[in-house]
Design a protein around this ligand. Sequence first.
Ligand code: HEM
Ligand SMILES: *[C@@H]1O[C@H](CO)[C@@H](O)[C@H](O)[C@H]1NC(C)=O
Ligand SMILES: *[C@@H]1O[C@H](CO)[C@@H](O)[C@H](O)[C@H]1NC(C)=O
Length: 530
Amino acid sequence: MLFSFVNLLYLGAPAFIWNSYRSTLKKSSVPVYGPWYLPTFVRGIIAMIRLGQDEDGFLLSARKVYGPVVYLPWPLDQIFVLEGQAIQNVYNSSASTLSFIPIRISMQGAVFGSPANVIHHSALKDRMFPVHARGLTNVRLDAPIERFVQVVQQRISELAYRVDHCDGCFQMPLVSWVTQTMFEAATIGLFGEEFNARMVATGSRDHFNAFDNCFPLLVSELIPDFLSSLVPPLRSGIRGRQAITKLLADWVADSMPGLEEGVIKDTADIGLSEGFSFMEIGSLLNSDLWALQANAPYVAAWFLLYIMQSPLLPAVQKEIDSLPRDGVSENPLITMKTLASMPLVTSCMHETLRLCTSSFSIRVVEESFVLPTPSSHDQYPQEYLIPGGSRIICATRAAHLTDPIWGPDPATWDGERFLDSKSNTETGGNKLSREVRGFGGGVSICEGRHLASAELKCLLALMLSNFDITPLFPTQGRGPPLTSEASKIGIKGASKTGIAPSRALGRPGLGAFQFDGSDVIVNVTRKATS
Ligand code: HEM
Ligand SMILES: *[C@@H]1O[C@H](CO)[C@@H](O)[C@H](O)[C@H]1NC(C)=O
Ligand SMILES: *[C@@H]1O[C@H](CO)[C@@H](O)[C@H](O)[C@H]1NC(C)=O
């Protein structure tokens, strides 16, 4: 009540007055999180702490207590949307009601450190963003995927060599192998060999990780710049960001050796033609590097972990075995086209994204509007009045775990969930798969989703074509002791509970779940030839 009143004063939007006048009886205002007797800022602080400490617990209980929509007061000051249909309605709204570009621009400054003259330059919005979106569509991905495949094949031959030289079996930490391989292959895929070589030579993956670790702090914009050097993770994160930006800047200054064409080159060329400095271009390219690497390597690890421990493994193997062969290497032939022909693998991928991501799609509410929440149960209103001037966050994780469409056991991985006779692999899966929003949605949907999907399927196909991998035991990370539930995953039809490393916490809404340094030791042997 207080909230909508304040916003009313604050904006005085005529449309809002008109709307609320028209239907005060029908449309409900958004409930405010926390016990009513506490001052709103205390309720906001409680929400923020809970979200940071136990994201799932927070989202699930908020959904249960408040329904599909809840307002989290300052310091978050955001309206959370927690239900699939309502999230879809947010995604469907026009940019004049719910905008995203201002958020993308301010993140480029606050998180990636691009200076004001760059983020407010019209070229960003008018030239760079569109070129960027086009550069990552399916038709432009053949070359990056070809480079990606080459690197993965190389790493696989190295692994095969090790297996052959230790009596036919080799134990290794799976997650660390997968994330390292994905990181390198994707860097070469999008930025080319030379840039990757420079990253390796300067130990820049550590810089990347330091930056990535402080991402939640940077994106929250809770710590003002002048204090950032006093907060240790922020200090080293910004140092890491600086090192990567410089590495990118020098590479651009040297005319981007090792990269002939593609989205990275196009983006840098626009920067050059607008007269941006090399460091400014480096700060822009750093956002590409981050988007490329902050999610996909971890999803790849989850993907393998689930499939490996699922009774669907033989069926997945069969699907991979029926890919056309690459005459020279005996490996499956991996192209954007062949990757599109694996319905079970695609279904497993959607299911993995459902369970191992938490994505926040953020919008600025430009003008008040009514958000329909049709599929909520009767105890909650069917529509909510969202006041102009507020901010909305679609919390996809809540929908992924609580929408009734997932059935009675939503936390269990079911790789066949998205498989049906109507499934259409050309358009990326069947109708139910649209309810998975690990890539966000609407105007802010992940531009790299086609590339990411191809990477995931490619790694899986090449691994399973060459090796039998058996999980042995999880290793201890920085988190609570291994006996905790954190290292268990539920897999449909499996005779025992699956094992996984434990999740790193404190990254709410940042996409794929990363790990807390723990891993799963696997036994790798050459694939038994059939
Ligand atoms: C499985 C891996 C990935 C996941 C789960 C993921 C997830 C996401 C999410 C949740 C968003 C924000 C969506 C929203 O606000 O609604 C996003 C944005 C973005 N992603 Fe990804 N992503 C992945 C891989 C990639 C890759 C490989 C690239 C390649 C460069 C990429 C490029 C981008 C870009 C450029 C954006 C920003 C789009 C914008 O601001 O309009 N992503 N991603
Ligand atoms: C959103 O828009 C799409 C395409 O315009 C439409 O197919 C879909 O039904 C809409 N969804 C909702 C929930 O309104
Ligand atoms: C790994 O697999 C090989 C071949 O199946 C087997 O002989 C070996 O005992 C396994 N090692 C462990 C530690 O389970």
